[in-house]
Design a protein around this ligand. Sequence first.
Ligand code: NAD
Length: 654
Amino acid sequence: MNTLSFMSANFVARQLGYKMPGGWSQGDTATNDYFRPLATFGERFDAMLAEVVALGFDAIDLWAAHLHFSWATLEHIEIARALLAKHKLRVVSYAGGFGGNVPEFRAACRLCAALNIPVLAGGTGLLKPAQTSGDIRQLTGGNPDRAALVANLREFGLVFGYENHPEKTPGEILDRIGATDTDVIGVAVDTGWFGTQGFDGVAALRQLAPRLKHIHLKDVKARRAAKTGFQMIDMGHETCRLGAGIVGIEACLTTLAEVGYRGAISIEHEPEEFDPRDDVKASKAFVEASFRARVVPPKKQLRYAVVGCGNIAGAYATNLAPYPELKLLGAHDLDPARAQEFTKKFGGKVYATLDEVLADPAVDCVVNLTIHHAHVEVITKCLEAGKHVHTEKPIAMTYADAKRLATLARRQRRRLSCAPVTWLGEAQQTAWKLIRDGQLGTPRVVYAEINWARIETWHPNPAPFYDVGPVFDVAVYPLTMLTAWFGAVRRVTAAGKVVLPDRKTKDGIPYTVTTPDWQTACLEFESGLLARVTASFYVGNLSRTREGLEVHGDAGSLILDSWTNFASAVRFGQFGETAMPVPLVTEPYQGVEFGRGAVELATALREKRPHRNGAEHAAHVVEIMQAILTSVKTGKAVKVKSKFPAPAPMPWAN
Ligand SMILES: NC(=O)c1ccc[n+]([C@@H]2O[C@H](COP(=O)([O-])OP(=O)(O)OC[C@H]3O[C@@H](n4cnc5c(N)ncnc54)[C@H](O)[C@@H]3O)[C@@H](O)[C@H]2O)c1
């Protein structure tokens, strides 16, 4: 489901007590005047954000009048950043007019970069002038300079979506934005303005689909016969709750789904004469109901049971719940109370034993979330019983076991899909696309950092994690990603040791670490690429590179702030230049969507194609990890021999 965001311009008439006969500019001026004074900005911005959260939103489109690039000081921006964090609100777009010259546009870009706002949605005079007259927001006047527009967007890693007014048709919009630089320049469709212009919203969305950067979902009433004295209403732009007007919102939502739009959808409604909050709440419910109604379970769902209901199980169940292709049948844990608690919260029945799960013919697939050392036994039993398996990492602790499981899956004609799946994230797929597109030239050197701190400070059961060590527990993430991107590793040299052997659990129980808790490895890939991978359960949040990854090539370098966060910043720079942010290929999931591997497995089964997280690939990664530990022990280089089929990029990152 797309992110639903609250458009803060919905409050355009608020500072006028909802009496705005003078139209948009009257509300715009009053709002700027109200928010601009630094002394009261924090308190007023805080109150507005609290109202947005109270309406059930966790994302907002920040209208420029609430924090305008022409008056926002560093203090304003710092206050806004802290308040957005306090309310856990993500800004999905900056909305408004972004000036008529380069310094003004740069100021807007700087503000967006400071607040991690990915999209500017509105107008700018840097585009060539509109052919149509009557732009009510006077966004189009200025000094056209498309080259500067593009250069600034690229420099700040931003995307610009041009909003459709005063233009009356998609053709006029496409003419205005031009056919090039499609990665950074596109359209922010306002469905309400197409309604006012008498253009069919569905037809507009279809025509503009390849250039969609953002959506302002808005409904408008039919034009009134008599004049009211309210400028916007008399112009035929009387906004209303979604579904109550002439736009055909339901059909627009269906079209957005059909054209594969994955970005945020802003709920917009700016009445001149009343507070829109009740309507906005109803509109949000309308869109959510429409999403639910469109979710038709595929004829064949993948019915799954969870085995192992510990720390990560809740994240899986939450991630998988919205996907109709998967159906949770129940759960089993060695500790029955955990399975009880899990099923109470997420549904399904409690299976008393693993055998009971395997004897249930309704279960197609086991999602194995047991602790590391149980994986081989659980996976073996599941495959032997004819079940598909998606397993948490690592698939096994030795290459021999991993290979045996991959072979067993083939023999049984069952799928074995293996975490980690973080390389399927939007940021990670963006980075891979840069590499595949040749932006870096030939990549020759990688630095990957895994400074995973001290698990005992947060995990209630840290012993198994220390037993397997940071390589098997966490380095497995970047190793899976690097081998997906660059193919097989052929030689490993590593050094490390136990740097802090005596530790205590959160409950104060002492235990001794025997597997190296710090090591660094040099991997030599078949392609000739070299990677230095450092993994630690000692160094933590104070490191500048807790989970970073750099790829250096002949022509340029890319920097991924996090190999695990799907919304990580991705930066690229040509050799000798500064690395600047790159727009992600699509709207990212915020954080780690652990369930994405199980969804990929269900989709692959339905589409009768190989799944992306294959067991041979996972086994190759286990061979590398074993080689790292052997090299640490022996001080010698270790050869790696296994092969695996190259996985494909995600379809939306091709
Ligand atoms: N915790 C995280 O943040 C995290 C993140 C990503 C991946 N993982 C992976 O997920 C897996 C589980 O980690 P966790 O943190 O949830 O561990 P956990 O210790 O919190 O939970 C594991 C659960 O599995 C159960 N279990 C163990 N052996 C079993 C068996 N043979 N049959 C049935 N149940 C069994 C345990 O009773 C426990 O409830 C591990 O492979 C880990 O690498 C964990």
